[in-house]
Every structure is written in C-alpha cells, then in structure tokens.
Design a protein around this ligand. Sequence first.
Ligand SMILES: Cc1cc2nc3c(=O)[nH]c(=O)nc-3n(C[C@H](O)[C@H](O)[C@H](O)COP(=O)(O)O)c2cc1C
Length: 323
Amino acid sequence: MKIGNVELNTRVALAPMAGTTDLAFRAVCRELSGCYTVTEMVSVMGLCYGDKKTTSLLKLGEGERPAAVQIFGSREDFVERGAALALEQSGADILDINMGCPMPKEVREGNGAALMRDPEKAARIAKAAIRGAAGKPVTVKFRLGWDSGSINCVEFARRMEDAGVSAVAVHGRTRAQLYRPAANWDYIRQVKEAVSVPVIANGDVFTPRDAVRILNITGADMVMVGRGAQGNPWLLRQCAAALEGRDIPPLPPLAERCGVIARQFELIRAQKGERVACLEMRKQYMWYLRGVAYAAYWKEQICKMETAEDFYRITDGVKRDLA
Ligand SMILES: Cc1cc2nc3c(=O)[nH]c(=O)nc-3n(C[C@H](O)[C@H](O)[C@H](O)COP(=O)(O)O)c2cc1C
C-alpha cells in the first residue's frame, strides 16, 4: 500500500485520538503491531503562533516512520504555513488534515467537520496544505457528511482527489452522530468506488473479524482502528494477523500486559515527567483493566496515583491479585 510516494508495510492504522494517541501510546501500538500511526490533531493556529503545547504534540517516537502528523484549521494562509511547520518540526512523511472533528468549539470556528458543509472551501484548504507540504503526500480524514440529510462523502472525496490529496480516510458516521450509532460501511464502499486514491476505512472495528469485514465490505485499502485500541493495543496486531490470514495471537496474560502498561508509563515519564505520566496514565490504565474481574480496589488506587512508586506498587498488586 502506498500513500503518494510513501510505502506502508501494513494495512492497519491507529486512528488519531486526541488525549489517547500520544507518542507513548503510538509507540506501544507500533512496537506490538507495526501499524501506521497518525498524531493527535494539531492546531495550525497554535503552530503558527509557536504555542509550546501545540508543538509538543508533533513529536514522533524513535523509529516512528512512516507516520503522519494531523493538522486542523480553516484559514488557507494558516493551513499552508502550519502544514510546512508541522512537517518540518515532526519529520513526518505524510500530512493529514482533519475534516471530521465534531467538537462544537472547533466546528464553530469552521474547523473539522464544518468543512464538509463547504466542500469548495475544503478543497482550497487541501490545496493550501499541499502547497505547504512541498511534495510530501497530503491526506484528508472526514466523515460521511454533516448530518443524515446532507451525506456528501462521495462528492467530497472526489473533490479532495481533484484537489490533489494522496489518500482519504473515511469515518462512517455523520458529524451529528458523533460516535453512535453503528458506523455505516456502505458509504465507505461508495467512496472507494468513486476515487482512485487509496481509501482508509474507519469506524467500529473492535475485533479482528471486524477488520476483515470492513475491508471486505468497503473494498478499502486500509483499516483504521480507534476506540477499540484504547487499553487494547494488542487488537492492532490481531487485526494485522487476521488480514494476512495468519492465526490470531491471543491477548497475552495480564502479567505480560502489565509490562506494556509500564512501558507506556515510562515513555510518558521520559517525555513529560513523573507527575504528568501519573495523571495521564490514570485514564489509560483504567482502559487496560476493562473487563478484568475483581479490579475495583486497584482501579480506585489508579485514580489516585501521583508518583512512579504508586504506579509500580499498583502494578505489582494487579499482577499479584488479578493475573
Ligand atoms: C477520544 C477521541 C479523540 C479523537 N480525536 C481525534 C483526532 O484528534 N483526530 C481525528 O481525526 N479523529 C479523532 N477522533 C476520531 C477517531 O479518529 C475515529 O475516527 C473514531 O473514533 C471512529 O473510529 P472507532 O469507531 O474505531 O473509534 C477521536 C475519537 C475519540 C474517541
């Protein structure tokens, strides 16, 4: 599979998820599965004004290549400059533009999914990003449309292709649907039939079987996994195995999973320090323990952890009591 001139050796992508797919989680996913990764969405305004927090989101992990940085914005001048800065500062191979974010704060400013209501403007934004990317491939991630009465993903994908993008990722829901009900994969198939650039299918892949089904139904080139990977990075390698027709590796025992949790903790700690690592790992650790029986006591402890010592005391407890 190729996006522009960039060769990808996998058909599985980790979806960009703000607050989840930071450098540490992407590293863990990649180490387990070799998946393609995209950063959390990064504001072109923040980049152009040199905002430190925004810039820090661009950092890729060691060996995290090929990978994409995702930007969002709705002013051509900022998008062009932001695209150049994002690629320069991250060293990423691919630039992705977010045209699917449903958050009121963003759509009010014309960002994210708001661009689906104005495909002409969206095409100008894509062209601005392509100018800024100076030869590196640009992709666009969007939804089916704004709401059920204005589904325009097929026409929108064609416009993006005409604007010069190298691939499109389609989340099979409208902006109005947010993350429920079930994603509609038939529309993704229609997009695939309408364009000749690669199509990345996204929405509701929670099992390896879903990964096979979504590609069978849509004919898409790649599957993108979001919420299913939260607390379960092993899903990505299970999906990869299923798509390659290999035996699906079982979820490792909890004690082994704890090693991956600790790896993620240490990666955040190295980048952001002990305190932030503890705060950020609280939510992620809870996801890792989803479905683990008798975990209530340790979950309560996780919600309060503040030091690395807390983290390792809890992790030893989890291994001793729950594994
Ligand atoms: C917490 C959260 C944060 C997200 N952040 C982003 C983002 O930064 N950029 C983006 O394009 N999509 C974002 N998404 C959407 C996902 O990339 C994906 O399209 C969506 O979750 C559907 O896939 P899934 O059903 O596999 O979760 C986010 C989703 C969630 C749940």
